[in-house]
Design a protein around this ligand. Structure first.
Ligand code: DGI
Ligand code: FE
Ligand code: FE
Length: 208
């Protein structure tokens, strides 16, 4: 086996699965292309965790799981938003905003994983939050800078993140808000709250 694809064996009992089993559960829900992205986010998250004094296994699991719900159909998302008593305004915003929030619920319901730090990192991985733990910041950034990401600015994003997670978060949320406004896409209030807290200097009124 090549040094690029080292086998991971979990040593902490964070989830009731071996790494190989968790990989298979994620692969079963996604196209190969999206699954490969999840593996790259896992690896990037483990590296960022090692660099920032965060539990590597915890970060890897959250990275592997972050897009678990990404390829469910719109009707499924809308149904789950209702049955799980989530913010009813979510229904107006689409897959980009849904898959993190709904993903956290599906990871509980289908995988029986209840680790709140992991679930919250998945929940927030797209829109962020005014207050984010280091783990939240790692998953948010790993998704944005994994090695196959190729957009104008990705090198600057990698450099900012290497300097500090917070610099990376500021870079990303500014980029995302800019992108949404250029497109004329609806901005979920949480996305705007993240921007206000991290870039605009507005003191958070609520934690998450
Ligand atoms: O799931 P990935 O493609 O790996 O990446 P992601 O979860 O960061 O982003 C999914 C999409 O969500 C991305 O194209 C940007 C979009 N998005 C982020 N915030 C908002 C949003 N879309 C809308 N409409 N509103 C938001 O506030
Ligand atoms: Fe995502
Ligand atoms: Fe992703």
């Amino acid at each position: 086996r090549s040094c690029m694809s080292k086998t991971i064996e979990y040593t902490e009992a964070i989830v009731p699965y071996r790494h190989e089993e968790l990989m298979a559960k994620v692969a079963a829900q996604l196209t190969d292309k999206r699954y490969q992205h999840c593996l790259r986010v896992e690896e990037t998250a483990r590296q960022l965790a090692a660099d920032n004094g965060v539990d590597v296994e915890l970060a890897g699991i959250a990275g592997l799981l972050h897009d678990y719900a990404k390829q469910r159909d719109d009707q499924t998302f809308i149904q789950l938003i209702k049955t799980h008593g989530m913010d009813p305004n979510l229904v107006s915003y689409g897959n980009g905003v849904w898959h993190g929030y709904v993903g956290a619920e599906l990871i509980k319901d289908e995988l029986h994983i209840y680790n709140e730090p992991i679930l919250n990192a998945v929940r927030l991985h797209t829109v962020g939050a005014p207050y984010m733990t280091k783990l939240d910041q790692i998953i948010f950034m790993a998704d944005f800078i994994e090695p196959a990401r190729d957009f104008p600015g990705v090198e600057a994003a990698r450099e900012a993140t290497a300097k500090s997670l917070a610099d990376g978060v500021r870079f990303q949320i500014q980029h995302t808000l800019d992108y949404l406004i250029q497109k004329g896409a609806p901005v979920y209030p949480q996305t705007l709250a993240t921007y206000n807290a991290w870039v605009g200097g507005v003191a958070p009124q609520f934690a998450n």
